[in-house]
Design a protein around this ligand. Sequence first.
Ligand code: URA
Length: 434
Amino acid sequence: MRAVDFIARKRDGYEHSREELEWFVKALVAGEISDYQTSAWLMAVVLRGMTASETADLTRAMAFSGMRLDLTGVAPFVADKHSTGGVGDKTTLVVAPLVAAAGVPVGKMSGRGLGFSGGTIDKLESISGFRTSVSTGDFIRQVKEVGIVVAAQTPDLAPADGILYKLRDVTATVDSLPLIASSIMSKKIAAGATGVILDVKAGKGAFMKTVEDARSLAEAMRDIGGEVGLQVRAVISDMDQPLGWAVGNALEVNEAVQTLKGEGPEDLLEVALALGGHLLHMAAKTESPERGAETLLDLLHAGVGLRKFREFIVAQGGDPAFVDRPELLPQAPVQHEVAASGPGYLAGINAEAIGRASVTIGAGRATKEAAIDYSVGFVLHAKVGDRVSQGQLLATIHAANDVSAREIESAIRAAFQLSNSPQTRPPTIREIVT
Ligand code: URA
């Protein structure tokens, strides 16, 4: 088949056969399809969609585009976790060490920033010395010996997703149920875990804007996992405002550390405990997810999660000194305050606008090759439902220079919507899909 005919079939709304999708993924990984043709096909998928069976076929072809890890000899249950993408979402850095500290090993392949959402790999790379590129042998060894590994996509594991992911980030082809489902589930299947908890975000700062769409995505991923014997559950969590206070790579790493010290934001802790609680329950460590969450909170208070976090950083070559001295993380030279222009109740914080602003000031990429600035981002000082007075601090912009801080100020101010009437705080957890 010729790439141009493959693209035209999707452009014209046809359903790809399994053979076509397998041909495409094989040719993609062999380097036989150019970036411009791949991008054209991605856009056709965004516009035309895919049926459930196309999505499952694409996922399988992507999952088997490299090797599939066999972790069955490593532990009775190996856990994995993945988010569909949000703003301020540093949950992995809290959940993974806590779950590992509870005796359930975590082996996870993570992504970089995607569109307006941040990525765990970019966050981890803000830590001096930290290696996100982990060989297959080291991945298995670390799951066994340390109980936690978080690695970037490798050429061995789901390489097709590595190629598509980079292109989607910079071609406005992220927001598509079949592309998100296949991207996530191909990595989860290839990485060899026993069970996966998915954090499916719903709201303005998510790729799925409504709970209904988030539920459809969660169910599609659960069904794809089920077909290959992978246990999958999903927590649908709120992304109508950024999660926690910090948005930006190093700022988020610091917030995750503060959370493991018991000093983090409530919403982040709530999501982390819910996700981790399900993993402990799936691993048969506790009789319910709620009991699992309580166990993790006890471990957090005992400092065991933080100890596991340090072990994880050291195992991947990072210098853990920043855990006690956050100033060792990359620091932006300029900190610029944004204050409320009037009094009111905070009715919304447009998370997508905050995410896009973070990419603009350098925390994300505009092109595939672009370097990112780990130090920049925002720290928010209010949440939806809060009453604010005129002049009260809403956010601090961490920027590379004054010009960039001033340029982004109006976008940040506009993301905060004030109302005259009292506002209720939206629930952080919306639904569970089992
Ligand atoms: N995370 C992924 O790995 N892929 C997506 O498409 C979205 C979030």
